[in-house]
Ligand binder design. Structure first.
Ligand SMILES: Cc1cc2nc3c(=O)[nH]c(=O)nc-3n(C[C@H](O)[C@H](O)[C@H](O)COP(=O)(O)O)c2cc1C
Ligand code: SF4
Length: 435
């Protein structure tokens, strides 16, 4: 039986829509943006009481970030992160394509809360259809005279690390879309050297609803530990892949059941390409939240679940992800220049069943020395994914290390299945284009 608690808040009326809601439709759906909480202090209190956390991956408390920016001197800047560089995630593009005004409302609310004099929305250069859709919504609002400050929409290079918050700031300041060392963090000194609030577009959409309906309403969904709803992207060996809005605290098994898990599937990648591989049976009963997954060494990241099909080899998929991640570093720090490509080579040897020497031991050694050594968290995320693959597909790794077929290959032979690559790995963006 499926116990998933779905809740149409952000997705109200659009799960089956194939276009963006107009401003009139949006206002009919949610009502006008007359804040229940009036004034910056009230709004901040509401966001804190709602216990909203960021939906961009790290799950940081949104009120704490707003407070940090609002507490600095001088006009602030708001940046909405709509880059969604995670290849296994589709939630941000789905949200922006169906409910752009909800995100734009959220930017307006955030701008009020921090006293911003400028607002930016960052999108990837590879999705011009999305930019068009968002620009149409921005124009509608300008005509209606809705927002105190306008939102500048930008298209950035689409590398995996270009969506990290310091990359956005660096690009908006005229540099390359590459991470920079911190401190200073964007809240201290960001765009134009001003205090800058950077939030994921889903986070901002929740903010728009909290401003309308209040903290108590927000907390009606979810649990005491994880409040509200969250967008999840479920793909792979499921019969109904897609973006689902579920109450925070719904178990992994129930989210998978919503998308109709296919028979025979045994492993799942949780949290995306920076995430971790697990046996489904070991995590199915766990809440799909940071606290719920922590004991299993996992994190929901940006709400991603990818189910490995029974006929696919987890090591092959992990090797493909690793090769992609190794190609996505900004080549500024040692771990990205030397460490990740070396792990990608070893994992590829193992996946192909053609080991030279002992790739398993070489990888284990490197896992231990790379984490925490980069200027940003890119190497840590890549190492976490690779290490979890070696752990979860341990029997397969040992079989491949001895040039024997893994479980998926044996199954494939038995059933006459073709083994094909399944995870989306984007082609590298135009070589070297970071600006
Ligand atoms: C390599 C890397 C890639 C990231 N990509 C994204 C992204 O595509 N979208 C996003 O919202 N946050 C991304 N983040 C997280 C952002 O740096 C930032 O924490 C987030 O936008 C803050 O929003 P939130 O508090 O609403 O989650 C990424 C972080 C890292 C380390
Ligand atoms: S760790 Fe890698 S991605 Fe991060 S700043 Fe250094 S080179 Fe760039």
């Amino acid at each position: 039986m499926n116990h998933a608690r779905t809740a149409a808040r952000l997705t109200l009326d659009w799960q089956h829509a194939d276009r963006a809601a107009t401003l009139r439709e949006h206002t009919r759906r949610y009502g006008p943006l007359q804040r229940q909480a009036s004034g910056t202090r009230d709004l901040l209190d509401e966001v804190a009481a709602a216990r909203l956390t960021g939906r961009g991956g790290a799950g940081f408390p949104t009120a704490t970030k707003i407070r940090a920016v609002a507490g600095r001197r001088g006009p602030a800047v708001v940046v909405a992160n709509g880059m969604e560089s995670e290849p296994a995630s589709e939630k941000d593009q789905a949200l922006l394509a169906r409910a752009p005004h909800l995100v734009l409302d959220g930017i307006s609310v955030a701008a009020e809360a921090v006293g911003a004099s400028a607002a930016h929305l960052c999108l990837p250069r590879t999705r011009d259809w999305l930019t068009e859709c968002v620009l149409a919504a921005v124009t509608e609002r300008q005509r209606a005279g809705l927002d105190r400050i306008g939102v500048a929409v930008h298209e950035l290079p689409h590398h995996y690390v270009s969506s990290e918050e310091t990359s956005l700031v660096h690009w908006l300041n005229g540099g390359d879309a590459k991470p920079t060392t911190t401190p200073p963090r964007p809240f201290e000194r960001g765009v134009g050297k001003r205090p800058t609030l950077i939030d994921n577009v889903e986070t901002l959409a929740h903010l728009a609803l909290i401003a309308r309906y209040g903290a108590a309403w927000f907390r009606e969904a979810g649990t005491s530990e994880a409040t509200g709803t969250m967008l999840t992207t479920v793909t792979g060996a499921v019969s109904r892949p897609g973006v689902y809005e579920v109450e925070a605290g719904t178990s992994v098994g129930d989210v998978l059941a919503l998308a109709s898990l296919q028979a025979g599937a045994e492993a799942v990648l949780i949290g995306g390409y920076f995430g971790t591989w697990h046996d489904i049976a070991a995590v199915a009963g766990r809440p799909f939240t940071a606290a719920g997954l922590r004991p299993a060494g996992a994190s929901p990241g940006a709400g991603v679940l990818f189910v490995l099909p029974a006929e696919a080899c987890g090591l092959v998929e992990a090797a493909r992800i690793m090769r992609f991640l190794a190609s996505q570093g900004a080549e500024q720090c040692g771990p990205c220049i030397f460490g990740l490509p070396a792990i990608a080579d070893d994992l590829a040897q193992l996946a192909a069943g053609r080991p030279e020497g002992d790739p398993l031991s070489r990888m284990q050694r490197r896992f231990g020395v790379i984490s925490g050594r980069g200027a940003c968290r890119h190497p840590d995320g890549a190492v976490r994914m690779a290490a979890s693959a070696v752990r979860t597909f341990g029997a397969d790794a040992r079989a491949h290390a001895q040039r024997r077929p893994c479980l998926a290959a044996r199954r494939g032979r038995r059933h006459g299945w073709q083994q094909t690559a399944v995870l989306p790995v984007p082609r590298p963006f135009a070589e070297g284009e970071w600006r």
